[in-house]
Design a protein around this ligand. Sequence first.
Ligand SMILES: C=C(O[C@@H]1C=C(C(=O)O)C=C[C@H]1O)C(=O)O
Length: 365
Amino acid sequence: MTTEQTELARLRERIDQIDRQLLALICERAKCAQSVAEVKMRGNSGQDVVFYRPEREAQVLRKIMHENPGPLSDEEVARLFREVMSACLALEAPLHIAFLGPEGAFTHAAALKHFGHSGVCLPHYAIDEVFREVEAGSAHYGVVPVETSNEGVISHTLDVFVNSPLLICGEVEVRTHHFLIAPEQVDAADIKVVYSLAQSFSLCRQWLDERWPGVERIAVPSHADAVKRASERQDAAAVAGEHCARLYGMKVLAKNIEDHPDQIARYLIIGKNSAPPSGDDKTSLMVTIRDEPGALYKMLGVFHRQNLSLTRIDSRPALSGARRYHFFVDFIGHKDLPEVGAAIQELSRDALDVRCLGSYPKGVL
Ligand SMILES: C=C(O[C@@H]1C=C(C(=O)O)C=C[C@H]1O)C(=O)O
C-alpha cells in the first residue's frame, strides 16, 4: 500500500468508529424522546397531548448553533439537528402538516425547513383550506405564506385570521432562490421555451433578457406545472425554486438567477395552541380601530411607551362594517412579559378589539 492508501484506510476506520458512536447516541436520543412522550401522556392521562414543543425545538437549535465548534456552518449543523429532532418527534407522534401547495412550492420548502422530513406534509390549494384542515383537526399544523418577495404581504392570509380561532405558533423564512432547470436529456443549446410562474419571470427578468433573449417565456400556475410541461418536451426548460428543482430531479443549468439575490419569504406556522416563551420570541396582535384622525398614532404610542420593538405592521379594511381597520402588528417579546401584557391592556382601552394571534419563537434557521 502507498502512504496515501494507508492514511486513507486509517481515516476511514476512524470515520467508521465515529459513525458507530453517532448511531448509538442518536438511538439513545430517540429513546429519550420516546420517554418524554410517555411522561407527556401520563401528565395528561392520554388526553389531547401536545407532543410538538416549538419553544423547546427553537432552544435546542439555538444552543447547537451557539456551541458549534465548526468546521460545519451554524446553519448546516442546525439543519442536521432539525432532521434528528424531526425523526425523534415522529416517534412520539408523526405530525400532519397542511401547506399551501402544490408540492415543490416555496411554502413546501418552508414546511420541510421548519418540521424536517419526518412529518407528513400535505398540499392544499387555497390558504383558507389550510386553515380549515387545522381547525377540523385533519392536520396538526398549517404553513401559509405571509410575505413573499414578489407579492409583498399576502393579504389573504391576514384576512383569514379575522374569522379563524387558530393561533400562530411559529415563523420560518426561506431564501427564494430560483434555478433554471431542464430534463436530464435536454441540451441547453436546444432550449426554445421556458416555463414558470409569471411572478418568477419578473424576479428573473434581467437575467433571462441578458442570457436567453430569444427564448419564449410561458407563464403557468405553479413551479411544479412548469417542471411538468418542460419534462414533456425536448426543447424546454423551467424556472423554479431550488427545492422544486431538487424534488423533481431536474438538471440544473443555472443557480440563483433572480435579479436581486437574498430575497426572503416569510411563512407562518398555524395551530390550535400558541407557544410558551423560548427566550427570543415575537408576538402578533390584531388591533381593530375606528378610521379616525390620530387613531394609528395613538396605537403606536402604546408600543413606544412600553418600549416594544415592532417588526411589521399591515392594515386591512374590516369587511364587516365601514370605517374600521384591522392592524396586524408584530413585535419582539412574548405575551407573558409584563410590558406586553400592559401594552395589550392599554390598547384595549381605545381599540374596538385587540386579539393576540400568538406568541412564538423567532425563526431560528
Ligand atoms: C422530546 C420532546 O418532544 C419533541 C421533540 C423534541 C426533540 O427531539 O428534541 C423537542 C421538542 C418536541 O417537539 C420534548 O418536549 O422535549
